[in-house]
Unconditional design. Structure first.
Length: 201
């Protein structure tokens, strides 16, 4: 079952409706109170990710159910004006993004990088900036078409001995999403981004 889609914004508009939709989905799936709280936490984390972007974003939020699996979806478009592009490239080349220390912060930074325009100057910088997050990423059949999964990312870094990988595993241990979700996927086509969190109850 796919629920209705709720319009939300990075300024918080639509959040209460989205959380009410989450509650209704939990009731539809006959979840107990503890499971309902976990589903709400995942919904809040996903909307919080949207709120962390520099630009004001508009997006769609919905849930899908299939058997014991509930998916929480968010779809948005990242507008890339010249100033935002310069800010992201500046962070990418310096590697000093203090906001990207958490697991969800790193996902947000990865999305910002992968939605940058596809030109040689940008590509040279973004390849460097992706860092260890690139280990969960695959390029699609066209440029500016990417897929990233948490499960692939985790299995890749678990066998790594670099300090960067050890730090990434520490971030995962502290992350609500990484601890509660079975998987997280990010699909990017141009400036359009869809993020989904999967949880089996």
């Amino acid at each position: 079952m796919k629920t209705e889609s709720i319009n939300i914004s990075s300024t918080g508009s639509g959040k209460e409706k989205a959380l009410e939709l989450t509650r209704k989905t939990a009731a539809y799936c006959d979840l107990d109170h503890k499971s309902e709280l976990r589903l709400r936490l995942l919904s809040e984390e996903l909307m919080g990710l949207m709120n962390s972007f520099t630009n004001e974003l508009l997006g769609s939020f919905w849930l899908e159910t299939s058997g014991d699996v509930i998916e929480v979806h968010l779809k948005t478009e990242i507008p890339m004006d010249l100033q935002t592009r310069k800010e992201i490239l500046s962070v990418a080349t310096s590697g000093k993004n203090s906001a990207a220390k958490s697991f969800m912060g790193k996902i947000r930074e990865m999305i910002e990088i992968l939605t940058l325009p596809d030109d040689p100057e940008t590509k040279a910088m973004t390849d460097q900036a992706m860092g260890i997050m690139s280990m969960g990423c695959q390029m699609g059949t066209h440029a500016c078409n990417y897929s990233w999964t948490m499960s692939t990312y985790i299995s890749s870094i678990e066998n790594e001995t670099r300090q960067e990988a050890k730090d990434a595993l520490d971030d995962l241990e502290k992350s609500i999403v990484a601890n509660l979700a079975d998987d997280v996927t990010v699909h990017i086509v141009g400036s359009e981004v869809e993020i989904a969190i999967y949880k089996t109850f």
